[in-house]
Design a protein around this ligand. Structure first.
Ligand code: UD2
Ligand code: MN
Length: 578
C-alpha cells in the first residue's frame, strides 16, 4: 500500500506507469478477494487476509489437520449406506467430489466424527472461570440435503465440548431433505450413540427454508437459552459458557461466537490467532467483515466482548423469552437470506445489543449453497430484504430499492404483523441506528450539505470509490459515470468530510500529485474539504482536487488550486438519482 504514496510526476509515460501500477494493484486485490472464504454466498467477500496484513503484518496462517483416520474407528456405527448415500460416495471415491454438496464428501469420510480441533481462543480466555449457575441451552440445527457425516460431526462436537449440565438438547430440523433413507439413518445413529432424549429429530414434510425451519425448531426448545447453528460446524472448547455469561449479564443480548473456518476440501480447521471481526453492510444489504473502531477497542482486553453491527446469521445464543418477545424471526421470509440483518436491526433498534464474544469460537464450512432456491436466489433475497426494509428502514428504504430494480413494486406478502413490532416494542428509528450503531454507512442525501455523483467538467467521467470495500484504504479513481450510488455517490458532510458509501476521501500526504484514498472515516480524524466555485478544496493542504490525465486514464490527485482550469472543476449531480 505504501507504493501509492510515492510522488507521481505529471506526463504521459509516468501517468501510464501509474495507471499500470493501479491496474496491477487492482488485479492483486481481485485475485485475493477471489479466494475469499465467503465466496459465492450472499456475503460481500470478507477481508480477513487483507485486513490482517494491513493491520498486524503478515501473520502465519495456522493450519491444523487433526487426527485423520477412517470413520469405522468410531465403532462402525456410521455408514453412508444407512443414510442412503453410500453409492454416491463409492461413485465419487476417486473423483473430486464437490459437484453436489460443494464440499469434499470423501474427505469427510476419512476424518473421525469426533475429532479434536485446535483451541483457537485468545490466551486470556483460557484462564477465565465461568459462573457455575449459568442457564442451560438448547441448540437448534436446520439442514437441507447436507452430507450425513458432516452433520454428525457438528453434533458430536457439541456433545463433546459442552458441559453436559449446560446442554439441554440438540434439535435437528431436517428441512425436507430429498433422501428418505436419511431419516432412518439419522434416527438409528442417534439412538445408538447418544443419551435418550438429548437429540430431538424433526423431519419437515415440505421445504420451509432455514428461517421457518429454525422457528419450527424453536417451538421444541425447552431450555432458557437457544443457540442456532448450521449443520456443518464444529464448536470449539468452552464455546457455550462465554455466550451464556453475556446473556445472564443482560437478557436483551444476542451473543455471537467468533467463526473460524473449516476448509471444504481438506476439512482443515483454520483460524487466525487474535483475529476479531465486526460485520458491516452497505445499501445493497450485503455484509462484509470490517474493523472495530478505535473507540470501541480502547482499553479492552482480547477476551472482552465488543459490540457488533450485525452478524452472519449463525453461531449465536439468545434468551428464548426475549427472542420470542421481540418477534423471533419473520415467518414470511423464504428459504435463506436477510433474516440475520432484520434481526440485528430489530435487536439494536428495540433496546437490545449484539456482542461479539472472542472466547467463544465455532468452525464453519464455507461453501456455495448446495441446494436450490425454488423462486431463484435473487428473487428470494430481494423478497426477504424487502420484508426487512419495509418494516425497519423508514424513508431510507429508497437506498436499498435503488440497488435492486423491481424491489419497490415487488409483492413481498403481508407485513401487517411485522409492522406492529416497532410500535409494540417502542423502538428507535433507523436514523438512530445510523447515528449510534453504524455511522460508517452514509445516507447520501441526508448525510451532508451536497451530494451526488461528482462529475469532471471535461467528459462523462465521475469520481468512483472503485468498490474496494474490503481493501481500505484504496485509491480514489475516476471512471465513466454509471449512476451507481454505491460506487459513485459522494456527500460533503456538514463537518466537511468528503464521504463515499462507507468511507472518507483522504490524502495520505499533502504533497502535490499524490493519489487520494478512500478510508474508514473513523480510524483517523476525517480530513476536511470545501466546495467553492466548482472546485473541491482540500482544507488541510489548501490544494484542489485535480483530474490528471485524459478520459479513461484520468486520476484524481491534489494540485495547487488554479482558477479557471477545467481539470479542477467538479460538478455534484444528484438529479433523478433517487
Ligand atoms: C449464512 C449463515 C446462516 C444464515 C444464512 C442467511 C453463515 C456462517 N451462516 O448461511 O446461518 O443466516 O447466511 O440466511 O454465514 N438450510 C435449511 N433449509 C434451506 C436452506 C438451508 O435448513 O432451505 C440450512 C442449511 O442446510 C444450513 C443452514 O440452513 O445448515 C444455513 O444455510 P447455509 O449454510 O447454506 O448458509 P450460509 O452458511 O451461507
Ligand atoms: Mn453455513
Amino acid at each position: 500500500m505504501r507504493l501509492y504514496i510515492k510522488r507521481l510526476a505529471i506526463g504521459g509515460s509516468t501517468t501510464a506507469v501509474v495507471i499500470l501500477l493501479l491496474m496491477w494493484m487492482k488485479k492483486l486485490v481481485f485475485q485475493e478477494s477471489k479466494s475469499t472464504l465467503f465466496k459465492g454466498s450472499v456475503h460481500d467477500a470478507p477481508a480477513g487476509f487483507l485486513k490482517m496484513r494491513e493491520w498486524e503484518g503478515e501473520i502465519e496462517k495456522i493450519k491444523f489437520l487433526l487426527r485423520s483416520g477412517v470413520n469405522q474407528s468410531n465403532g462402525g456405527l456410521y455408514n453412508a449406506d444407512d443414510f442412503g448415500v453410500g453409492s454416491e460416495l463409492r461413485n465419487l471415491r476417486n473423483r473430486d467430489s464437490k459437484d453436489k454438496y460443494n464440499l469434499n464428501i470423501w474427505k469427510s469420510e476419512t476424518i473421525p466424527l469426533d475429532r479434536e480441533v485446535p483451541d483457537s481462543r485468545p490466551e486470556e480466555c483460557m484462564l477465565l472461570k465461568y459462573p457455575e449457575d449459568l442457564p442451560p441451552a438448547s441448540v437448534v440445527i436446520t439442514m437441507h440435503n447436507e452430507w450425513p457425516s458432516v452433520v454428525l460431526r457438528t453434533v458430536n462436537s457439541i456433545i463433546n465440548r459442552t458441559p453436559s449440565f449446560l446442554l439441554k438438547e440438540i434439535i435437528i430440523v431436517d428441512d425436507a431433505s430429498d433422501i428418505d433413507v436419511f431419516k432412518a439413518g439419522l434416527g438409528k445413529y442417534v439412538a445408538s450413540n447418544f443419551e435418550p432424549g438429548l437429540i430431538k429429530l424433526i423431519h419437515l414434510k415440505s421445504r420451509e427454508g432455514l428461517i421457518r425451519s429454525r422457528l419450527k425448531g424453536l417451538h421444541h426448545v425447552t431450555a432458557k437459552v437457544v443457540v442456532f447453528l448450521d449443520s456443518h460446524m464444529e464448536v470449539n472448547k468452552d464455546w457455550l459458557q462465554p455466550l451464556l455469561k453475556e446473556i445472564v449479564n443482560k437478557k436483551e443480548t444476542l451473543a455471537l461466537a467468533q467463526l473460524d473456518y473449516i476448509d471444504k476440501d481438506t476439512f482443515e480447521y483454520i483460524f487466525y490467532p487474535g483475529y476479531r471481526t465486526r460485520y458491516g453492510f452497505r445499501w445493497n444489504m450485503q455484509f462484509f467483515e470490517t474493523y472495530f473502531r478505535p473507540d470501541q477497542t480502547l482499553g479492552k482486553l482480547p477476551s472482552d466482548p465488543l459490540p457488533g453491527v450485525l452478524f452472519v446469521g449463525t453461531g449465536f445464543a439468545v434468551d428464548v423469552e426475549y427472542f420470542k418477545q421481540i418477534g423471533s424471526y419473520d415467518p414470511g421470509m423464504m428459504i435463506w437470506g436477510g433474516e440475520n440483518i432484520e434481526l440485528a436491526w430489530r435487536v439494536w433498534m428495540c433496546g437490545g445489543q449484539i456482542l461479539h464474544i472472542p472466547c467463544s469460537h465455532i468452525g464453519h464450512i464455507e461453501r456455495n449453497q448446495p441446494y436450490t432456491f425454488p423462486e431463484g436466489r435473487l428473487n428470494t433475497e430481494m423478497y426477504n430484504y424487502k420484508r426487512a426494509v419495509d418494516v425497519w428502514l423508514g424513508d431510507y428504504k429508497k437506498y436499498v430499492y435503488q440497488q435492486y430494480p423491481g424491489m419497490e413494486t415487488m409483492d413481498a406478502g403481508s407485513l401487517e404483523d411485522r409492522k406492529l413490532l416497532p410500535h409494540q416494542l417502542n423502538c428507535h428509528n433507523f436514523t438512530w441506528f445510523l447515528d449510534n450503531i453504524w455511522p460508517e454507512l452514509l445516507p447520501y442525501k441526508e448525510g451532508g450539505v451536497l451530494w451526488g455523483m461528482i462529475r469532471t467538467s471535461t467528459g462523462n467521467m465521475c469520481l468512483d470509490n472503485d468498490d474496494y470495500v474490503f481493501q481500505s484504504p484504496n485509491a480514489l479513481v475516476v471512471k465513466p459515470c454509471i449512476y451507481d450510488l454505491q460506487r459513485q455517490a459522494f456527500s460533503l458532510s456538514r463537518s466537511g468530510a468528503l464521504r463515499t458509501t462507507i468511507h472518507c476521501v483522504i490524502a495520505k500526504s499533502v504533497e502535490a500529485d499524490l493519489v487520494l484514498f478512500v478510508e474508514n472515516c473513523f480510524l483517523n480524524h476525517p480530513q476536511r474539504w470545501t466546495y467553492k466555485k466548482n472546485q473541491l478544496v482540500h482544507i488541510t493542504s489548501g490544494m484542489c482536487l485535480h483530474a490528471m490525465g485524459q478520459r479513461e486514464q484520468t486520476i484524481p490527485v491534489l494540485q495547487p488550486c488554479k482558477d479557471d482550469i477545467s481539470a479542477q472543476k467538479w460538478l455534484f449531480e444528484s438529479k433523478g438519482m433517487l
